[in-house]
Design a protein around this ligand. Sequence first.
Ligand code: CP
Length: 358
Amino acid sequence: MKTKNVIDLTDLSHEELMDVINLANEIKARPQDYGDACKGKILATLFYEPSTRTQMSFQTAMLRLGGTIIGFDNPQNSSVAKGESLKDTVTVIGGYADIIAMRHPCEGTAAAAAMYSPVPIINGGDGGHLHPTQTLTDVVTLYNEMGRLDNLCIGLCGDLKNGRTVHSLIKTMVTFKNNKFILISTPELSVPRYIKDTINASGCNYEEVTSLTEAMPELDVLYMTRIQRERFASEEEYKKQNGVFVLDKQKLKTAKKSMRILHPLPRVDEIDIEVDYDERAKYFIQTVYGMYGRMALMLSMLENSKKEVAPRVMPTHPLNRCSNPRCITQTEKYLPAIFKEAGGDMLICKYCDGRTLI
Ligand code: CP
């Protein structure tokens, strides 16, 4: 694989993505053939934020490939607690490990880490921004359970503002032909502007609606998400949003028999547990597909990777800083400001995709 770092799944070309999906299925079919595929390789998992699936499926994936693992899941038990910077942490860990999977509460962290790491970085979730290996999990699931990744009507429901899995999934699914998105949320939790711009630029269509019941009959896929309590400014704000969308057996009565229900998990209370016994519910098998997807991704990334000792020199923007308060550049002050050209008086932060007026 040519791609060095995976900050979002769209970093992979279409061909690379299909190769990874096919390899995931091959490993699933014949795991014994891959038991030594990463022998001698070390994965570091740096999790600055809680995780069950992402961290443990990365670890299981590397162990099943014959490699070993190091890392932390509580930065307070590492020298981060003493004030060590992200740059220094990944520089040092990159000297120990062959590949790093990381999660951080600030948006744009994985992109920042990739600037200084001598080994490949995989984004395991950066704040409310992106979560590419959850998307890999989702597309391996859809490919196996639906038989295709195009011509799908995909309903995404819940916290579409803060749900990083939603953002990454849309960015990948717009690259397949003729997918349509029904965005089901309250107005307060609708998808960020840049995601709507991405859909528009792709030629795919989307609708924003506030009723799950009304959207249901049209859907080929229903992607439920939890309300991201940890991203709200106050408990009061969270409570106003929680419980608005709950999937239960009654609501499923008008759904297609062929519809598939996905959820990145963890579930809180947005899917009634009685739905777990409906044949359309695929969110637990989805976690297993995710492990095979991560095995295939790491194996592909490690095939041609070499350690790059010297950090690359990055351009800086002399006048502006990103205005997103959740951007990694707000806390790791040494990071150079880097913007993508957006035209007019708008700058788009290269780390977090946040928009800043000049
Ligand atoms: N889907 C997902 O990211 O789950 P975890 O937070 O448990 O890793």
